[in-house]
Design a protein around this ligand. Structure first.
Ligand code: PHE
Length: 341
């Protein structure tokens, strides 16, 4: 019976082992060659009853297509070796591609920005190559201040002018004060540079977020409350802050801010050096000289400023022991922050 032969040939085509060029050639001769077995069946059609001819003809055609498709889906390179791309199964689920992760500094920067954004701070950015005025002079640095020294600052020539890689993002705040009438409430995130030997605790570049608030009647109490709010949002509601008197040329009075050590709940650990406190930023009331230099009436307005290192906050949050890890691009380090996406 011709139907049985069709079924048998179909099985043969499906099960034919195609591994190398010899087998492929055998396959071609048997099913697609000039004297192939499907052709034989076509000539048998003339012995079939007329009413069956149409159906059987269609079946034989599909048999021919099956053989052609199997043959075509095995592609051979010039040497006659079987190539790897067999027939493509479009229904197969794709392999998952590796998921990247945000850099820990980006995660922490975005978290800090989010906290200040929610209490009405805008974000301002400025150039990393700065002039003396914006990085130092407008900020009340006296000409002989050691921070201006080559030892701390990278100086470069740009368009025949002596410029510096900014040592802090306070330079951005000068630009904001010069261009915006108060009230001003802004934070400036960005990369800063200092000429330091690279070690586990220091790097020649790092990231800062500095804040500035200028309005009528802004007081030290406003500064303290704002920073306490920040500490609780960042480190948890149990967080406390303390302020120690300090000095910056651009603020008066000035303070260093410590946050209670959340790693040991102030019991004392090696991270807080058994003091229960961790230093996180500098702050103070904007010096009236700075307001005046930036064209703001110091009799009418007052303000506070603060500045923190993103690496430092990230170090406390993720317990990163060595600053250099942030810029080494070691995938094993970065992978640990995948859940933070
Ligand atoms: N600009 C200071 C620094 O880079 C930080 C700071 C900002 C301190 C604002 C006080 C007020 O160290």
């Amino acid at each position: 019976m011709i139907q049985d032969k069709i079924a048998q040939i179909r099985e043969e085509i499906i099960n034919f082992d195609l591994q190398n060029s010899t087998q492929l050639e055998d396959f071609r001769i048997k099913f697609l060659g000039s004297k192939n077995c499907i052709k034989d069946l076509f000539s048998d059609l003339k012995n079939v009853a007329n009413e069956d001819k149409k159906v059987l003809g269609l079946e034989l055609n599909s048999l021919k297509i099956l053989a052609e498709e199997k043959f075509n889906s095995f592609q051979y390179d010039q040497k006659g070796n079987k190539s790897l791309n067999k027939r493509i199964d479009v229904s197969r689920p794709s392999e998952s591609s590796p998921v990247g992760s945000h850099h820990p500094l980006s995660l922490v920067r975005d978290e800090i920005i989010g906290i200040f954004k929610r209490i009405g701070f805008t974000i301002s950015e400025g150039p990393e190559i700065e002039d003396d005025w914006h990085n130092f002079s407008a900020l009340n640095f006296p000409p002989e201040h050691p921070a201006r020294d080559m030892q701390d600052t990278f100086f470069i020539q740009k368009d025949e002018r002596e410029m510096a890689l900014r040592t802090h993002t306070s330079s951005v705040q000068v630009r904001v004060m010069e261009s915006t009438p108060p009230p001003i409430r802004t934070i400036s995130p960005g990369r800063v540079y200092r000429n330091e030997a690279i070690s586990a605790r220091a790097h020649c570049f790092f990231h800062q977020i500095e804040g500035l608030y200028i309005d009528k009647g802004v007081s030290f109490a406003d500064l303290k409350q704002t920073l306490l709010h920040f500490a609780k949002e960042m480190f948890g509601s149990q967080a406390q802050i303390r302020m120690r008197p300090s000095y910056f040329p651009f603020t008066e009075p000035s303070a260093e801010v410590d946050v209670s050590c959340s790693l040991c709940n102030q019991k004392g650990c090696n991270v807080c050096k058994y003091s229960g406190w961790l230093e996180i930023m500098g702050c103070g009331m904007v010096d009236p000289n700075v307001l005046t230099a930036c064209g703001i009436d110091a009799k009418k307005y007052s303000g506070f400023a603060f500045g923190m290192g993103v690496e430092r906050i990230a170090q406390l949050k993720y317990r990163v022991a060595d600053l250099r890890m942030y810029s080494e691009n070691d995938a094993r380090f970065l992978k640990q922050f995948q859940s933070g996406i």
